[in-house]
Design a protein around this ligand. Structure first.
Ligand code: URP
Ligand code: ZN
Ligand code: ZN
Ligand code: ZN
Length: 465
């Protein structure tokens, strides 16, 4: 019977507690969780999970599948991207719609993305809207996106081609708050970056490592502080800072939270695991992304943020380009390299290994960062991110004994490298279950294209957090 199974005697972990229990899944939903379950339906698959952690499937709220960045299109589409996600223990993605043709509507882009994902995604998905310009039509459309389409978060970029100026940011923040949507922001000071970039290029400093020199952490921290103040001016508009890479930016966010401002922070495994010494490598192009990797001291500041609760989510910013082909555009000019790196499959194992197995994070805090808070912030809870009767049976089983040295050849995306090659991990996701179907098992993809469903998200609700 599809979508029906009993998972026996695992260590069942939610955002609050960990305890040995059985989980009964019927027709793709969690039916019961109890110390022992003896009454089970006919034709019920039984999975023995003694010694394994059984947790809510990962929710990655920051991916860019199929994105066209003008100079290149990501090598991962919604099939290869969600396949890799599933193999890494993730059961839901919230992908970022890319920029559409100049002047296009929010609904136009939503239709484009619905087509990309519909027959290809192997796990459930939603999208963040992208605000590429602000006018009366776009402001009016935000309301129907939330109410009719179930899209309750929107991305604002402060750099790149469709960056918004402060006036447009302010108008967008006011309206997003009004319609029950969360504003997510890529904060970097575009003018400072543009000046530094042109100076470096004029001086002949074109090697990949100058990408990081062109956008130091102050560019990011300044934009974080500015966004926090604009959100305040917008009447405490809720604000979600994506891909935080440094401690100064985190301190600004902490200050805002101390002042009871609704601000949340995401970081990514690359900023927790890697540092700017990667730009000295011969294959430095692999590490060109924005914000760039930072000095090693910043990594530890981010880990402290995970431990003390001032960082709320870990997502990936998976935006993959091939090293041997697409990334080579930047070999003689860092500014011509498509920005971004793969990571959707390695998020859960890296954070589990470095966080839980090294004793920095409790298993419940791991669930909070990878599933519970993403679900709460982005209107997916309790359908996702919860282990309770009635929730979707989206689960990941981790074997804390399994040691894996990460190799690209083990992964399931379409990139030709992983930035985490040869990193040793302990604790690996050995089974991923999406609405009661096993979609990955022991490193093998077992799901099916088109089985992922679009999830209509609820409006943003700060009082539910
Ligand atoms: O370099 C990156 N991160 N590319 C993806 C787009 C973004 O800024 O999130
Ligand atoms: Zn259009
Ligand atoms: Zn970004
Ligand atoms: Zn991104």
């Amino acid at each position: 019977r599809p979508g029906t199974m009993l998972i026996r005697q695992g260590i069942v972990v939610d955002h609050q507690q960990a305890q040995k229990a059985d989980i009964l899944i019927v027709d793709g939903k969690i039916a019961d969780i109890a110390p022992e379950i003896h009454i089970i339906p006919k034709q019920c698959e039984i999975i023995e999970a003694a010694g394994l952690y059984v947790m809510p499937g990962g929710i990655d709220v920051h991916t860019h599948f199929n994105i066209d960045v003008g100079i290149a299109r990501s090598c991962d589409d919604f099939f290869s991207g969600t396949r890799a996600a599933a193999c890494g223990g993730t059961t839901t993605v919230v992908d970022h719609m890319g920029f559409g043709p100049k002047g296009c509507s929010l609904h136009h882009q939503l239709n484009v993305y619905q087509k990309y994902a519909k027959e290809t995604a192997v796990i459930d998905y939603s999208f963040h809207g992208v605000i590429q310009h602000v006018n009366e039509d776009i402001l009016a459309e935000m309301a129907s996106m939330v109410e009719e389409e179930g899209i309750s978060s929107f991305k604002l970029y402060l750099t790149y081609g469709y960056k918004l100026d402060d006036e447009d940011v302010l108008k967008a923040l006011i309206q997003l708050k009004q319609v029950g949507a969360l504003a997510t922001v890529h904060p970097e000071n575009d003018a400072a970056i543009a000046l530094r970039r042109s100076q470096l290029l004029e001086q002949g400093k074109t090697a990949p490592k100058y990408h990081a020199v062109s956008r130091p952490l102050e560019c990011e921290a300044e934009a974080i502080a500015r966004m926090i103040n604009l959100a305040k001016l917008a009447g405490d508009a809720p604000l979600y800072i994506v891909h935080l890479s440094n401690g100064l930016g985190l301190d600004y966010a902490r200050l805002a939270r101390d002042n009871h401002q609704p601000v949340w922070v995401e970081t990514c495994p690359q900023y927790l695991m890697l540092d700017d010494s990667c730009y000295e490598r011969e294959d430095a192009l692999k590490y060109i992304l924005s914000p760039p990797l930072r000095p090693a001291a910043e990594r530890e500041k981010l880990w402290l943020g995970l431990v003390d609760g001032s960082i709320d989510t870990v997502a990936t910013d998976h935006c993959a380009f091939t090293y041997h082909d697409q990334k080579q555009r930047g070999k003689d000019n860092f500014s011509a390299c498509p920005n971004g790196m793969p990571g959707v499959e390695t998020r859960m194992p890296l954070l589990f290994s470095e966080g839980v197995m090294k004793g920095r994070l409790s298993p419940s805090r791991f669930v909070e960062l990878t599933s519970y808070l993403p679900a709460k912030l982005f209107g997916l809870y309790p359908q996702k991110g919860a282990l309770q009767a009635g929730s979707d049976a989206d689960l990941v089983l981790f074997d804390p004994e399994q040691e894996v040295s990460i190799k690209h050849e083990l992964l399931h995306d379409n990139a030709d490298y992983t930035p985490f090659e040869d990193i040793q991990t302990q604790g690996w996701p050995v089974m991923t279950i999406s609405r009661g179907d096993v979609v990955a098992c022991n490193g093998e993809f077992t799901g099916k294209a088109g089985n992922g469903r679009f999830i209509r998200r609820k409006p943003f609700d700060a009082s539910a957090l």
